[in-house]
Each structure stands twice: as structure tokens, then as C-alpha cells.
Design a protein around this ligand. Structure first.
Ligand SMILES: Nc1ccn([C@@H]2O[C@H](COP(=O)(O)OP(=O)(O)OP(=O)(O)O)[C@@H](O)[C@H]2O)c(=O)n1
Ligand SMILES: C[C@](O)(CO)[C@H](O)COP(=O)(O)O
Length: 404
């Protein structure tokens, strides 16, 4: 079996904006462009570029739609897609996307879904410039209009020398460590990522942008994009070829885990922190729900169990939370040619009470598994057994994996 090499480039596609200037009746990325959404079209361009992990950042409630679009656009590369929920500002959405990067990624491109017609060559130019040693690279176009500085009353105050100006586009590319550190220390909200790293003291260089990479911001922009797509559908980037027919059947797996109360700090369970609740003890954070899921997935894929890959002899997993466990498990599955179908997990515990946070837990666990469906249920045991005596928590998971 030929395995897709693990990419060292990631593209974070920010698509969580509301599109107030477009007024398209839906968040901008989910407005129709041709038969599909603006996001779908953007992702066709992304997948036609260099091989990369693709993290799609979307508004809360649109994760499922985004996953459908992304899987369709990705074709055979569907296992490279992760969908996460964005934030109130573009910068927060970028930070949410960065938090989902795989460990091997060292070059990060941040791309606006709204720049739906960006040619793959722009992605290639940006990656090449980062590979050549730049900390930060942005595509730009020269400013063609005469530019004036005006006051609040609309009076011209001064002319501006346009030869000093450039219009910034996306994808903007960075060494991962540079962008992560700059976002972590950012004191202000910026409209692009280059400004975030420049504020942290880094040099940003430019490569040639492309007129086709214009941002769909207003209704006339959308009309222009629709006209371009309609006039030249054959110019559409081709999606990756469909995967070869699978010769392996889907497989199910089962996993259980138990942790006793008595750990230090706050409780972590099902990928969530539970302030005020007693912590579970364990080598990591004692998250029995996440560990049961890991066991179920590894069993389904025939890859052993949690002890095979996350034993107590692995110091890097001491104290880490569900996302790290699940992301690493996803990698192991992917490298073995499997994708996650779905996961169902039941937690048995008197506390914490899951009802109010069940959906939140499902969302966090699903995001950590690249958007795969995760169902969480919770029950008590009528006072029987160790969970009934509130001595600890048990979790039982089943998982379906399918050939990637
Ligand atoms: N909280 C936000 C805001 C913006 N974006 C993304 O950032 C890109 C550029 O932003 P912009 O064009 O300003 O999009 P919107 O914020 O959606 O538009 P508007 O400012 O008109 O509301 C878009 O792809 C948008 O989806 C995002 O992911 N999260
Ligand atoms: C990132 C960007 O697309 C670069 O031109 C831009 O800054 C997005 O934000 P804006 O507020 O729509 O300019």
C-alpha cells in the first residue's frame, strides 16, 4: 500500500467570518458561487497547490457543512482535512486554526476563504519563499490607483506616493514557530497575519500576488467571481483524483478506560476542563473518555492499544489533554491508510453532570479527530460499583474506521 507522506506544510483556511459587507444571507464562505459554496471553490484551489494539512476554520454550527465541502474538494487527500470552530475576529480564527496543526508541520500558510479564485501558483510561490529562508511572506499587487489621504470630512489632506504601497493578499506564509509566537504575544487585533508577525519584530517579504486572488467582500465582488467561474469553468482547478476502490472493509473497534478520582488540579474529561470538579489521577490528565476513544480507534485499525503508543515511558504525553492523544491517534490511523468513520462513547460517572456540556464535548472531540462524528452519552449506575460510589469514572467507546 502506498501511504501519503505526512506533509510539513499546512494551510489554515479562515472561513469563519460573517460577511457583513456581502450580506449574502449566510456566512460569506457558505454563500453559493457556482453550484457549490465560496469555501468549496477556495478549497479546490488549496488542494491543487502543494501537498498540505488543510485546517478549515468555520463559524460555530457550520462544521458539518465545511467537512462535506472539504472532503469533496480534497478527493483522495480527504484525510489531510481538519475542521475547527473560529472566533469573533479573523485573528482569533487564525489562532484556532493554528492550534489544530499536526506536529510535523513547520511551514504555515494562512488563506482567506474569501479569496476563492486564488491560483495554485500563488501558494507555490509563498511556500518556496519560506523554504528559501524567509520568516514571513505575503503575496502583493502594486496599487494602480492614485492614492489620497483624506480627513473625517472627506477633504484631501495629502497625496500618497503609491510606489511605496502594495495591496496585501493571501495566502500569507510563515515559519510555524514565528507565527505561533507572534500570535501568542499579540497585544492588538490586526487585519492580516503579516501585521501580527511584523508587530513581533519580524521581517515580512513579498512575492507576486495575482489579480485573480481578489477578495470577495461586497456584492459586486461576488458577481465578478460568479461571472469568471461561469465564463471559464474549464479553468477550475481539478480536484484530486478519487481514491482507488478500497479492497479493505470498514472495521469496528472497542475501547474502555477507568480512572479514579484523586488527581491534582481540575478535572479534564471528554476534552473539556471542568472547574470545581475533582480531578482524576493518571499519567496524563486521566481523561478516561479520550483514552477509551483512542483504544477503540487503534483496535479498529489493528494498531494495538493505548499502551502500545502512549505508554508511561513517553514523557511527552505526561499531563497532556485529549487533543494531543486524539491528534496523534489520527496520525497513526492515517499513516496506516485509515480514516475515522465515527465514534460513540459512553461515560459512567455520578459527576461531572454531562447534560449541559455534552454537545461541547462532542464538538471538541470531533475537531480533534479531524471533524469525524463523535457521539457522547452519559449514565450513572444506581449507586452500584465504584462509579456509583463516586470513586472514579469509566468510559466505553466504539469506533468505525474506513479505508482512506
Ligand atoms: N471572525 C472571523 C472573521 C473573518 N474570518 C475570515 O477572514 C477572511 C477575510 O475576512 P473578511 O473578508 O473581512 O470576511 P468577513 O469578516 O466575513 O467579512 P465582513 O468584514 O464583511 O463581515 C474571510 O475568509 C473570513 O471568513 C474568519 O475566519 N473569522
Ligand atoms: C488578510 C487580508 O485579506 C489581506 O488583504 C485582509 O487584511 C482581510 O481583512 P480586511 O479587513 O477585509 O481587509
Amino acid at each position: 500500500m502506498t501511504l501519503t507522506p505526512v506533509p510539513r506544510v499546512a494551510v489554515v483556511v479562515v472561513a469563519a467570518g460573517s460577511g457583513t459587507r456581502l450580506r449574502g444571507g449566510a456566512p460569506k464562505a457558505f454563500v453559493g458561487l457556482d453550484a457549490r459554496s465560496i469555501l468549496h471553490r477556495s478549497l479546490l484551489g488549496v488542494f491543487a497547490g502543494p501537498s498540505a494539512q488543510v485546517v478549515v476554520v468555520v463559524p460555530e454550527g457550520y462544521e458539518g457543512d465545511a467537512l462535506t465541502d472539504a472532503r469533496d474538494a480534497a478527493g483522495a487527500a480527504a484525510d489531510l482535512v481538519t475542521v475547527v470552530t473560529g472566533g469573533a475576529t479573523r485573528q482569533e480564527s487564525v489562532a484556532a486554526g493554528i492550534s489544530a496543526l499536526w506536529a510535523d508541520v513547520d511551514v504555515v500558510l494562512v488563506h482567506d476563504a474569501a479569496r476563492a479564485l486564488t491560483p495554485p501558483e500563488v501558494f507555490e510561490r509563498v511556500v518556496a519563499a519560506v523554504d528559501a529562508g524567509a520568516d514571513a511572506v505575503i503575496p502583493t499587487l502594486p496599487v494602480v490607483d492614485t492614492i489620497k489621504r483624506v480627513d473625517d470630512a472627506g477633504r484631501v489632506v495629502a497625496g500618497v506616493d503609491r510606489s511605496e504601497l502594495a495591496a496585501a493578499q493571501t495566502p500569507q506564509g510563515f515559519r510555524r514557530a514565528v507565527l505561533e509566537a507572534a500570535l501568542a504575544e499579540a497585544a492588538a487585533d490586526h487585519t492580516d497575519d503579516a501585521a501580527v508577525v511584523a508587530a513581533a519584530g519580524h521581517t515580512v517579504i513579498t512575492v507576486a500576488g495575482d489579480a485573480a486572488a481578489f477578495k470577495i467582500t461586497t456584492a459586486p465582488d461576488l458577481e465578478r467571481a460568479r461571472a469568471i467561474v461561469q465564463a471559464a469553468p474549464e479553468a477550475s482547478p481539478a480536484p484530486a483524483p478519487a481514491p482507488a476502490p478500497a479492497h479493505r472493509a470498514p472495521r469496528v473497534g472497542i475501547g474502555t478506560d477507568v480512572h479514579g478520582f484523586g488527581g491534582e488540579g481540575t478535572l479534564w474529561l471528554a476534552g473539556l476542563e471542568w472547574p470545581g470538579e475533582q480531578a482524576l489521577s493518571g499519567h496524563s490528565d486521566g481523561d478516561a473518555v479520550a483514552h477509551a476513544i483512542v483504544d477503540a480507534l487503534l483496535a479498529a485499525a489493528g494498531l494495538g492499544d493505548i499502551g502500545t503508543h502512549f505508554g508511561t515511558d513517553r514523557p511527552e504525553f505526561a499531563g497532556v489533554h485529549a487533543e494531543a492523544f486524539l491528534a496523534h491517534t489520527l496520525r497513526l490511523l492515517r499513516e496506516a491508510g485509515w480514516a475515522v468513520g465515527n465514534v460513540s462513547v459512553q461515560v459512567q460517572a455520578n459527576r461531572p453532570r454531562f447534560a449541559a456540556r455534552r454537545v461541547e464535548a462532542e464538538r471538541v472531540l470531533s475537531a480533534a479527530l479531524g471533524g469525524a462524528a463523535v457521539s457522547v452519552s452519559a449514565t450513572t449506575t444506581d449507586g452500584l460499583g465504584f462509579t456509583g460510589r463516586s470513586e472514579g469514572v469509566a468510559a466505553f467507546a466504539t469506533a468505525l474506521v474506513v479505508p482512506a
